[in-house]
Design a protein around this ligand. Structure first.
Ligand SMILES: C[S@@+](CC[C@H](N)C(=O)[O-])C[C@H]1O[C@@H](n2cnc3c(N)ncnc32)[C@H](O)[C@@H]1O
Length: 207
Protein backbone atom coordinates (compact mmCIF):
# COMPACT_ATOMS: atom_id res chain seq x y z
CA UNK A 1 0.00 0.00 0.00
CA UNK A 2 2.09 2.86 -1.24
CA UNK A 3 -0.35 5.32 -2.78
CA UNK A 4 -1.75 6.95 0.35
CA UNK A 5 -2.32 10.09 -1.74
CA UNK A 6 -5.49 8.49 -3.05
CA UNK A 7 -6.91 8.70 0.47
CA UNK A 8 -7.41 12.41 -0.17
CA UNK A 9 -8.65 12.24 -3.74
CA UNK A 10 -10.80 9.13 -3.29
CA UNK A 11 -9.94 5.60 -4.32
CA UNK A 12 -12.37 5.09 -7.20
CA UNK A 13 -15.12 2.56 -7.73
CA UNK A 14 -16.29 -0.05 -5.23
CA UNK A 15 -13.93 -2.77 -6.45
CA UNK A 16 -10.93 -0.46 -6.30
CA UNK A 17 -11.89 0.65 -2.78
CA UNK A 18 -12.33 -2.95 -1.67
CA UNK A 19 -8.90 -3.90 -3.05
CA UNK A 20 -7.32 -0.81 -1.53
CA UNK A 21 -8.55 -1.71 1.96
CA UNK A 22 -7.88 -5.43 1.49
CA UNK A 23 -4.27 -4.64 0.57
CA UNK A 24 -3.92 -2.22 3.45
CA UNK A 25 -5.69 -4.35 6.06
CA UNK A 26 -2.61 -5.89 7.73
CA UNK A 27 -0.92 -2.52 8.23
CA UNK A 28 -4.02 -0.37 8.61
CA UNK A 29 -4.08 -0.23 12.43
CA UNK A 30 -0.36 0.49 12.68
CA UNK A 31 -0.49 3.20 10.00
CA UNK A 32 -3.45 4.94 11.56
CA UNK A 33 -1.73 4.86 14.93
CA UNK A 34 1.25 6.62 13.32
CA UNK A 35 -1.08 9.24 11.85
CA UNK A 36 -2.79 9.64 15.21
CA UNK A 37 -6.22 8.80 13.77
CA UNK A 38 -8.69 10.72 15.92
CA UNK A 39 -12.14 9.86 14.57
CA UNK A 40 -13.00 6.82 16.76
CA UNK A 41 -12.09 8.35 20.13
CA UNK A 42 -13.53 11.78 19.27
CA UNK A 43 -16.78 10.25 18.03
CA UNK A 44 -17.21 8.34 21.30
CA UNK A 45 -16.45 11.49 23.31
CA UNK A 46 -19.01 13.42 21.24
CA UNK A 47 -21.61 10.69 21.74
CA UNK A 48 -21.02 10.54 25.51
CA UNK A 49 -21.25 14.33 25.83
CA UNK A 50 -24.53 14.39 23.90
CA UNK A 51 -26.43 11.44 25.30
CA UNK A 52 -26.32 9.05 28.22
CA UNK A 53 -28.20 6.25 26.54
CA UNK A 54 -26.93 2.68 26.58
CA UNK A 55 -27.64 1.08 23.21
CA UNK A 56 -28.55 -2.59 23.32
CA UNK A 57 -27.82 -3.22 19.65
CA UNK A 58 -25.29 -1.33 17.54
CA UNK A 59 -24.52 -1.57 13.83
CA UNK A 60 -21.09 -0.30 12.82
CA UNK A 61 -21.19 0.27 9.05
CA UNK A 62 -17.81 0.22 7.23
CA UNK A 63 -16.34 -1.17 10.43
CA UNK A 64 -13.02 -2.05 8.75
CA UNK A 65 -10.54 -3.59 11.18
CA UNK A 66 -12.70 -2.63 14.16
CA UNK A 67 -11.00 0.53 15.43
CA UNK A 68 -14.33 2.18 16.21
CA UNK A 69 -15.84 -1.10 17.37
CA UNK A 70 -13.07 -1.34 19.97
CA UNK A 71 -13.98 2.09 21.34
CA UNK A 72 -17.68 1.17 21.41
CA UNK A 73 -16.87 -2.02 23.29
CA UNK A 74 -15.03 -0.02 26.00
CA UNK A 75 -18.06 2.13 26.85
CA UNK A 76 -20.80 -0.37 26.02
CA UNK A 77 -19.32 -3.74 27.07
CA UNK A 78 -22.75 -5.36 27.25
CA UNK A 79 -24.03 -4.16 23.87
CA UNK A 80 -24.30 -6.41 20.85
CA UNK A 81 -22.17 -4.83 18.15
CA UNK A 82 -22.72 -5.88 14.55
CA UNK A 83 -20.38 -4.82 11.77
CA UNK A 84 -20.27 -4.73 7.99
CA UNK A 85 -17.72 -3.71 5.39
CA UNK A 86 -16.78 -4.46 1.78
CA UNK A 87 -13.19 -5.45 2.66
CA UNK A 88 -13.10 -9.15 3.53
CA UNK A 89 -9.52 -8.93 4.78
CA UNK A 90 -10.34 -6.03 7.12
CA UNK A 91 -13.31 -8.00 8.46
CA UNK A 92 -11.02 -10.95 9.14
CA UNK A 93 -8.92 -8.71 11.40
CA UNK A 94 -12.07 -7.44 13.13
CA UNK A 95 -13.17 -11.01 13.72
CA UNK A 96 -9.88 -11.84 15.44
CA UNK A 97 -10.42 -8.95 17.87
CA UNK A 98 -13.65 -10.58 19.12
CA UNK A 99 -15.50 -7.27 19.33
CA UNK A 100 -18.44 -7.96 17.07
CA UNK A 101 -21.42 -10.25 17.63
CA UNK A 102 -21.79 -10.66 13.89
CA UNK A 103 -19.86 -9.44 10.84
CA UNK A 104 -20.85 -9.42 7.21
CA UNK A 105 -19.36 -8.40 3.87
CA UNK A 106 -21.72 -5.75 2.60
CA UNK A 107 -21.83 -2.41 0.81
CA UNK A 108 -23.42 0.18 3.12
CA UNK A 109 -25.54 1.43 0.22
CA UNK A 110 -27.28 -1.94 -0.01
CA UNK A 111 -30.09 -2.83 2.36
CA UNK A 112 -28.84 -4.94 5.25
CA UNK A 113 -31.23 -7.61 6.50
CA UNK A 114 -31.30 -8.31 10.23
CA UNK A 115 -33.97 -9.72 12.51
CA UNK A 116 -33.36 -6.93 15.01
CA UNK A 117 -33.48 -3.14 14.81
CA UNK A 118 -30.51 -1.13 16.08
CA UNK A 119 -30.40 1.59 18.75
CA UNK A 120 -27.25 3.07 17.24
CA UNK A 121 -25.82 2.94 13.72
CA UNK A 122 -22.33 4.31 13.12
CA UNK A 123 -20.26 5.16 10.06
CA UNK A 124 -16.86 6.41 11.11
CA UNK A 125 -14.17 7.62 8.69
CA UNK A 126 -16.09 6.25 5.71
CA UNK A 127 -18.69 8.75 4.43
CA UNK A 128 -16.02 9.70 1.85
CA UNK A 129 -16.93 6.53 -0.05
CA UNK A 130 -20.65 7.11 -0.24
CA UNK A 131 -21.80 7.52 -3.84
CA UNK A 132 -25.54 7.54 -3.19
CA UNK A 133 -26.71 9.14 0.04
CA UNK A 134 -30.35 8.19 -0.55
CA UNK A 135 -29.40 4.52 -0.60
CA UNK A 136 -27.20 4.81 2.49
CA UNK A 137 -29.93 6.59 4.46
CA UNK A 138 -32.54 4.09 3.25
CA UNK A 139 -30.36 1.31 4.66
CA UNK A 140 -29.91 3.20 7.93
CA UNK A 141 -33.63 3.96 8.27
CA UNK A 142 -34.61 0.37 7.59
CA UNK A 143 -32.34 -0.94 10.33
CA UNK A 144 -32.69 1.79 12.96
CA UNK A 145 -35.14 1.54 15.84
CA UNK A 146 -37.50 4.41 16.59
CA UNK A 147 -35.58 7.11 18.52
CA UNK A 148 -32.37 5.35 17.50
CA UNK A 149 -29.22 7.37 16.83
CA UNK A 150 -26.94 7.68 13.81
CA UNK A 151 -23.35 8.72 14.45
CA UNK A 152 -20.95 9.51 11.63
CA UNK A 153 -17.98 11.61 10.62
CA UNK A 154 -17.54 13.47 7.37
CA UNK A 155 -14.60 15.35 5.88
CA UNK A 156 -15.19 19.09 5.74
CA UNK A 157 -13.69 19.51 2.25
CA UNK A 158 -16.22 17.00 0.88
CA UNK A 159 -19.01 18.39 3.08
CA UNK A 160 -18.61 21.78 1.42
CA UNK A 161 -18.22 20.39 -2.10
CA UNK A 162 -21.35 18.24 -1.71
CA UNK A 163 -23.39 20.88 0.12
CA UNK A 164 -23.80 18.10 2.64
CA UNK A 165 -26.03 20.09 5.02
CA UNK A 166 -28.72 20.22 2.34
CA UNK A 167 -28.40 16.43 1.95
CA UNK A 168 -28.99 16.04 5.69
CA UNK A 169 -31.93 18.45 5.54
CA UNK A 170 -33.44 16.40 2.73
CA UNK A 171 -33.54 13.42 5.09
CA UNK A 172 -34.79 15.41 8.10
CA UNK A 173 -38.33 14.02 7.81
CA UNK A 174 -37.07 10.71 9.14
CA UNK A 175 -33.75 11.62 10.72
CA UNK A 176 -33.57 14.73 12.88
CA UNK A 177 -30.24 16.59 12.93
CA UNK A 178 -29.45 16.49 16.64
CA UNK A 179 -25.90 17.81 16.82
CA UNK A 180 -23.01 18.72 14.52
CA UNK A 181 -19.52 19.19 15.94
CA UNK A 182 -17.14 21.99 15.20
CA UNK A 183 -14.27 21.14 12.79
CA UNK A 184 -11.98 18.57 14.40
CA UNK A 185 -8.59 17.12 13.53
CA UNK A 186 -8.78 13.86 11.63
CA UNK A 187 -5.28 12.58 10.82
CA UNK A 188 -3.01 15.16 12.46
CA UNK A 189 0.21 13.26 11.75
CA UNK A 190 -0.52 12.71 8.06
CA UNK A 191 1.01 15.42 5.87
CA UNK A 192 -1.90 15.50 3.37
CA UNK A 193 -4.55 15.90 6.07
CA UNK A 194 -2.94 17.58 9.10
CA UNK A 195 -4.51 21.03 9.46
CA UNK A 196 -5.80 20.97 5.88
CA UNK A 197 -8.57 18.40 6.09
CA UNK A 198 -10.68 18.23 9.22
CA UNK A 199 -13.92 16.43 10.00
CA UNK A 200 -17.28 17.11 11.55
CA UNK A 201 -19.04 14.55 13.71
CA UNK A 202 -22.80 14.32 13.28
CA UNK A 203 -25.54 12.83 15.40
CA UNK A 204 -28.98 12.19 13.91
CA UNK A 205 -32.03 10.73 15.62
CA UNK A 206 -34.89 8.80 14.09
CA UNK A 207 -38.34 10.14 14.95
C1 LIG B 1 -10.95 4.78 6.66
S1 LIG B 1 -11.66 3.16 6.84
C2 LIG B 1 -12.60 3.32 8.33
C3 LIG B 1 -12.80 2.00 9.03
C4 LIG B 1 -13.31 2.10 10.45
N1 LIG B 1 -14.66 2.62 10.52
C5 LIG B 1 -12.38 2.95 11.27
O1 LIG B 1 -12.81 4.00 11.80
O2 LIG B 1 -11.19 2.58 11.39
C6 LIG B 1 -12.90 3.12 5.58
C7 LIG B 1 -13.63 1.79 5.49
O3 LIG B 1 -14.77 1.94 4.63
C8 LIG B 1 -14.94 0.72 3.94
N2 LIG B 1 -15.82 1.01 2.81
C9 LIG B 1 -15.60 1.84 1.76
N3 LIG B 1 -16.67 1.89 0.95
C10 LIG B 1 -17.61 1.08 1.51
C11 LIG B 1 -18.94 0.73 1.15
N4 LIG B 1 -19.52 1.23 0.05
N5 LIG B 1 -19.62 -0.13 1.95
C12 LIG B 1 -19.04 -0.64 3.07
N6 LIG B 1 -17.78 -0.34 3.46
C13 LIG B 1 -17.07 0.52 2.69
C14 LIG B 1 -13.52 0.30 3.59
O4 LIG B 1 -13.43 -1.04 3.22
C15 LIG B 1 -12.81 0.64 4.90
O5 LIG B 1 -12.80 -0.44 5.77
Amino acid sequence: MSNFKSLVSGVGNLNKTKKYYDDWSKNYDATLKLWNYQAPKKSIKFLKETTNFKPKNILDLACGTGLFGAELKKIYPKSHIYGSDISKKSLKISLEKKIYTKLQIKNFEELHHYKIKFNLISLIGSMTYCKNFDKLFANINKNLKEKGLVLFTHRIDLWEKQDFLSILKKHQKLLKITKISRPLHYLPMNKDFKNKIKIKIVLLQKY
